[in-house]
Design a protein around this ligand. Structure first.
Ligand code: DX5
Ligand code: ZN
Length: 218
């Protein structure tokens, strides 16, 4: 099975959102990555649960919601009710990561824990048995179009070793700077879900870009 591609809507054309969502869906992307930013955990502000609610009936893509907000547990129920399929919470954003993940699971939504480039895998080891997905940030969160940080590859490999040793089955997602030049090293290290924003949506032909990323992760 090839890698799962999760195009980041952050880089789409907001005046043609419906077109940009349908386009990646038709091109074989499985997920749609939704970056929620609060202007506090990260400098930028993006969109909230009402936006996700409106998007939900427009697509069959798995809605992969990445919460870059302080104390994400405040918003878990709202995003779940809006139709999120996966909700990711940063370990750096809450004093209660276990509670935040439990809240996501209680809503019947897939639970994801996220780590910044500066956060070691050891910071999330104690919750790895309760997550469906781990997101390793491969840039510092906040903006699209940044450069992939190769130092994060080692953490992907560590997560794979930990998962296999414990008989766990979480997916390993990466986010930030993913393109045709950076995806292979992450795939070889063990990542299987790939967020890509500017590479897919900037310039020309998102469908061709998705095909390239799929080909490189077979
Ligand atoms: C960064 C976001 C990413 C962003 C990725 O804070 O979490 O999802 O959209 O964009 P690219 O692929 O352009 O690095
Ligand atoms: Zn993201």
């Amino acid at each position: 099975m090839s890698g799962i591609i999760s195009p980041s809507i952050l880089s789409a054309d907001y005046t043609n959102l419906e077109r940009d969502v349908k386009l990646v869906e038709a091109a074989g992307a499985e997920y749609l990555h939704i970056d929620v930013m609060d202007g506090s955990f990260v400098p930028a502000i993006s969109y909230g649960p009402n936006w996700v609610k409106q998007l939900r009936p427009e697509t069959d893509l798995v809605l992969d919601v990445h919460l870059m907000v302080v104390n994400p547990e405040r918003f878990v129920d709202e995003f779940a009710d809006a139709g999120a399929d996966i909700i990711g919470v940063h370990v750096e954003a809450t004093a209660h990561i276990h509670r935040a993940l439990q809240m996501i699971k209680n809503k019947g939504v897939k639970a994801e824990v996220v780590i910044n480039p500066g956060t070691p895998v050891s910071a999330i080891e104690s919750v790895l048995d309760m997550v469906d997905q781990v997101l390793v940030m491969t840039v510092n969160p906040g903006f699209g179009g940044q450069k992939f940080l190769p130092s994060t590859i080692e953490k992907i490999a560590q997560l794979k070793v930990f998962r296999d040793a414990r008989g766990l089955d979480f997916d390993i997602e990466i986010d930030g700077g993913v393109n045709n030049e950076t995806i292979s090293a992450a795939y070889e290290a063990g990542a299987n879900v790939f967020v890509a924003g500017s590479y897919v949506y900037d310039k020309v032909d998102p469908a061709a870009k998705i095909a390239i990323l799929k080909e490189l992760t077979k």
